[in-house]
Design a binder for this molecule. Structure first.
Ligand code: 1CP
Length: 367
């Protein structure tokens, strides 16, 4: 039960999300558990990636690794899992190829290939199919002992549809474009189905112990502003509208919601009115301009180019300084983060330096 968890000791991120003035900006980074950490490779060993996600013991260990390594420097954990567990729950096979990323041996080809109707009509028991995620969340909350809040997450419907039709990552998005421009109605039906599953999935993550949730629309930049109004934004809004209702139905309190629509700088104004309390930015967006557009409607999150971490300490300091200034000093309305996930090959100590510089330059304790 949620009430059995230890009380939260570091509520900086949740206070910031509520719009309060804070002593310094809260910090975490996307993909903070993962391949750049030697302890990740050690704990993962020869286990398959999805086997790690399915083991609450391993997933919770991996989630805590950055919290332990950067103890006192970061203010949130994010459950170790992947956005592609939803297509898996829907019945699709997804493998993780070492060094290559996700692979669907049998992607969705066309609305007439049989799989489409099957996926649309099949009842998905999100509670049973993704039981291992909820168990991992509950175990992680127990292991965290209230040190920092825990994020749950899911992929946005548009991004998940891209993976389901492309069969993996993509550069040209040929299949995704074929679907939305040749079969718009059928695409929308699938997006709706995915949205419903996302709401159920996030609600069950909250029930298991997630204290805030984030929706990742990693491929938002593939859509034009008008296409985004058809194929991405309506489904992001659906999730933010129905998750609180679903939680109420389940007798649970609402949690804050964050959306990260990578590359959707053109839609920032709409995203600020899309029902999320936090809007994540990538590094293509100028912080001061984003603050000007948001006008206090949401808390902004981001946004240093993760690639700066390959650079010199001077480069990191300069970018942090610029970012802190752009977000108005960091005492209100900002969660410090990178503009996308931390990349393999980044030295863990360089990421530590990034965290320390935010503490130093945005008003925290001098470390
Ligand atoms: O620390 C964390 O952030 C925890 C876990 C996490 C999250 C939030 C992982 C672990 N994946 C994700 C989300 C995710 N997965 C996204 C959204 C965020 C983003 O845009 O980066 C996406 C697009 C995926 C899909 C995915 N899974 C990719 C991208 C491939 C592509 O198309 O470019 C990859 C490489 C994965 C595998 C994966 N997921 C997570 C890890 C640690 C790994 C690497 C696995 C390994 O090789 O060991």
């Amino acid at each position: 039960m949620m009430s059995d968890f230890a009380p939260l000791q570091n509520d900086l991120l949740l206070r910031t999300v509520r719009g309060e003035r804070v002593e310094r900006p809260p910090i975490w980074v996307m993909r903070q558990a993962g391949r750049y950490l030697p302890e990740y490779h050690e704990a993962k060993g020869n286990h398959d990636f999805f086997a790690c996600c399915r083991s609450p013991e391993i997933a919770s260990t991996l989630t805590l690794q950055p919290i332990d390594r950067y103890d006192g420097l970061i203010d949130a954990a994010i459950i170790f899992s992947d956005i592609l567990v939803i297509p898996q729950a829907m019945g699709m096979t997804v493998e993780m190829l070492d060094g290559k990323g996700p692979h669907f041996p049998n992607p969705l080809k066309s609305p007439t290939d049989g799989q489409y109707e099957e996926l649309l009509s099949r009842h998905v028991d999100v509670e049973k199919e993704l039981d291992y995620v909820y168990k991992a969340i509950t175990m992680t909350r127990q292991k965290l002992k209230g040190r920092v809040p825990l994020f749950g997450f899911c992929g946005a419907p548009w991004t998940l549809l891209c993976y389901m039709v492309e069969g993996g990552g993509s550069k040209m998005f040929v299949q995704s474009k074929t679907w939305v421009y040749k079969y718009p109605e059928e695409s929308m039906k699938m997006l709706e189905k995915i949205s419903i599953l996302c709401v159920q999935y996030l609600a069950l993550q909250v029930k298991a112990g997630a204290q805030i949730v984030q929706v990742f629309d990693s491929w938002a930049a593939e859509l034009s502003p008008s296409a985004s109004e058809k194929f991405s934004l309506p489904y992001l809004r659906y999730i933010s509208k129905y998750l609180p209702r679903k939680l109420r139905e389940m007798g649970l309190e609402s949690v804050p919601m964050a959306v990260f629509a990578k590359g959707a700088w053109y839609a920032l104004d709409e995203l600020c009115d899309s029902g999320y309390q936090v809007v994540g930015l990538d590094w293509l967006q100028d912080p001061a301009q984003a603050v000007g557009i948001a006008k206090g409607r949401v808390v902004l999150q981001g946004n240093m180019d993760p690639g700066v971490l390959y650079g010199s300490k001077e480069a990191i300091t300069a970018d942090v300084q610029e970012m802190v200034r752009g977000f108005g000093g960091g005492k209100q309305g900002w969660i410090a983060n990178l503009g996308h996930g931390v990349q393999p090959g980044v030295k863990p100590d360089d990421l530590k330096f990034f965290f320390q510089e935010i503490h130093r330059l945005a008003g925290g304790v001098h470390l």
